[in-house]
Design a protein around this ligand. Structure first.
Ligand SMILES: C[S@@+](CC[C@H](N)C(=O)[O-])C[C@H]1O[C@@H](n2cnc3c(N)ncnc32)[C@H](O)[C@@H]1O
Length: 229
């Protein structure tokens, strides 16, 4: 099955359990990592609109609106079910000035240099064409501007335990809620993904002048900050 379809099916199926499973899988730590991503990215932010790519249910959108209530945030995702969850959460929290755009990251409907900051969490690994998406992100980021994202990565220590957790334990619990295959996809997608070093090279190759990498929680996730100047 083409990756785009697989990713669409996967997130359509898990949208109802997505937020609970994130807390369960990471023991709630994904919240701290997302906070850190926003804190580090916005050190390089010089103003203007902000884009969240693969916004899902909107965790980054809420963090950014909390930090900058007056800034316009655009939430981009391709999955109707995830977008529906985001709409519900926005209404419940009475948050305004968030535009939702349904689009693939590989081909986005924005003018050149539209955003002062582009952020993303746990989405890049799911993209069908990472290089094309990075080129798009570079194109729509202002000069100066910043692209910061968070992604799963292989830790430096306890690798066997990590892979046991991704390959067996999580799919076991996923199976209990009828989503075994969807949680098997997590490990599969990470195996097929580029190393942090290769990601950094790719970001530089599309034009970002400076790229910073920070591993969190012994490297089970990595924060990437790419600066356009
Ligand atoms: C793992 S979720 C991350 C959601 C949210 N950012 C978070 O951290 O909780 C990945 C999201 O990216 C979206 N996505 C996957 N591939 C995409 C693409 N090519 N273009 C836009 N969105 C995509 C999925 O629909 C899903 O909502």
């Amino acid at each position: 099955m083409p990756k785009k379809e697989l990713v669409l099916e996967t997130f359509s199926k898990i949208s109802n359990v997505y937020d609970y499973m994130n807390d369960f899988m990471t023991f709630g730590m994904h919240r701290d990592w997302k906070n850190l991503l926003v804190k580090e990215t916005f050190k390089f932010y010089k103003g203007s609109d902000v884009l969240d790519i693969g916004s899902g249910t909107g965790d980054l959108v809420f963090l950014i609106k909390k930090k900058f209530p007056d800034v316009k945030v655009v939430a981009l995702d391709i999955n109707d079910n995830m977008i529906e969850k985001l709409r519900y959460r926005l209404e419940r929290k009475k948050i305004k000035d968030v535009e939702i755009v349904k689009s693939f990251a590989e081909d986005m409907p924005f003018e050149n240099e539209s955003f002062g900051a582009v952020v993303s969490s746990y989405t890049v690994r799911n993209l069908e064409d990472v290089e094309k998406s990075f080129k798009e992100i570079y194109r729509i980021t202002k000069k100066p501007g910043v692209f910061g994202f968070l992604e799963l990565s292989e830790p430096k220590v306890f690798k066997n335990l990590f892979w046991l957790y991704l390959d067996k334990i999580l799919p076991f619990f996923g199976g209990k809620i009828g989503c075994r295959e969807e949680y098997e996809y997590l490990g599969q997608s990470l195996r097929a993904f580029l190393s942090p070093e290769k990601i950094a090279l790719l970001l530089k190759s599309v034009g970002f002048k400076k790229v910073y990498i920070a591993h969190v929680c012994a490297g089970v996730s990595t924060i990437y900050i790419a600066v356009k100047q």
